[in-house]
Write a protein that binds this ligand. Structure first.
Ligand SMILES: NC(=O)c1ccc[n+]([C@@H]2O[C@H](COP(=O)([O-])OP(=O)(O)OC[C@H]3O[C@@H](n4cnc5c(N)ncnc54)[C@H](OP(=O)(O)O)[C@@H]3O)[C@@H](O)[C@H]2O)c1
Length: 228
């Protein structure tokens, strides 16, 4: 059951959709937000504008990120909501992208979200309540042709698979879902995108605050289930 205040950790909360998610959750008044960024000064700057608490969380090395997330619970208290938002978009098709950049994409976009779920999910399960949102993309959906750059599309397809696997392990009190925000005006999405960061944040915020009879193990855009 929703019993406020809940604590949410949002990765990549210093800009783009992550900042909009953190701002939207903080504005509810019943969610304490830990705004994570890989540089603490960026986290501080963002947190100060939205009424959140800044935390440093670099996802480059997923094993370090897992340790840091566990440590955050000892310093900031139990984390009930995890929004795996941070990601990198490396250009290039399957021959153009280097193996190094491919591996970095999977580390930041897939393995680090898994590591954070691994660190925080069991606590949510033990407390009988949790919400996990993985920011995915239609570019990583087989149903939409895996249309994105190779490393990015692969990392998001794998994130979708991880979403299913972890949802099966943590359910039913911990809802684990993937969200596609649509095409959004951010540094990643570019200035031609039709959606604002706030519009992109809407479905992730909904999934982060689902009621107890809400879905788990799904992939959503505009609050509607979409095919993997
Ligand atoms: N924009 C779109 O049209 C669109 C469409 C579909 C899905 N998405 C997904 O939505 C999410 C947010 O995208 P966005 O458009 O807001 O992207 P963005 O503007 O490029 O922001 C990316 C965020 O991820 C952080 N990040 C990158 N590498 C990191 C690392 N190693 N450790 C910690 N943080 C790291 C960045 O931090 P720094 O500032 O330190 O670099 C930044 O806060 C992503 O998962 C993206 O794949 C976006």
């Amino acid at each position: 059951m929703w019993s406020p205040p809940r604590t949410a950790l949002v990765t990549g909360a210093n800009r783009g959709i992550g900042l909009a998610i953190a701002r939207g959750l903080a504005a509810r008044g019943d969610v304490r937000v830990l705004a994570a960024a890989r540089r603490i000064e960026d986290a501080r700057a963002a947190a100060a504008t939205i009424g959140a608490e800044p935390v440093e969380l670099d996802l480059t090395n997923p094993l370090d990120a897992e340790t840091t997330a566990a440590w955050l619970e000892t310093t900031h208290g139990a984390i009930d909501i995890l929004v795996n938002n941070a990601a990198v978009l490396v250009p290039g098709d399957g021959l153009q992208v280097s193996t190094k950049e491919f591996a970095r994409s999977l580390a930041v976009n897939t393995v680090a979200p898994f590591a954070l779920m691994h660190a925080l999910g069991p606590g949510m399960q033990a407390r009988g309540w949790g919400r996990i949102v993985n920011l995915s993309s239609g570019w990583g959906a087989f149903a939409e042709g895996m249309a994105g750059p190779a490393a990015y599309a692969t990392s998001k397809a794998a994130l979708n698979a991880v979403t299913c696997a972890v949802a099966q392990s943590l359910g039913p009190s911990v809802k684990v879902n993937a969200a596609c925000p649509g095409w959004v005006r951010t540094r990643m999405g570019g200035s031609d995108a039709p959606r604002s960061p706030e519009q992109g944040a809407e479905t992730p915020i909904w999934l982060a605050t689902l009621p107890d009879d809400g879905p788990t193990g799904g992939f959503f855009r505009d609050r509607k289930r979409v095919d993997w």
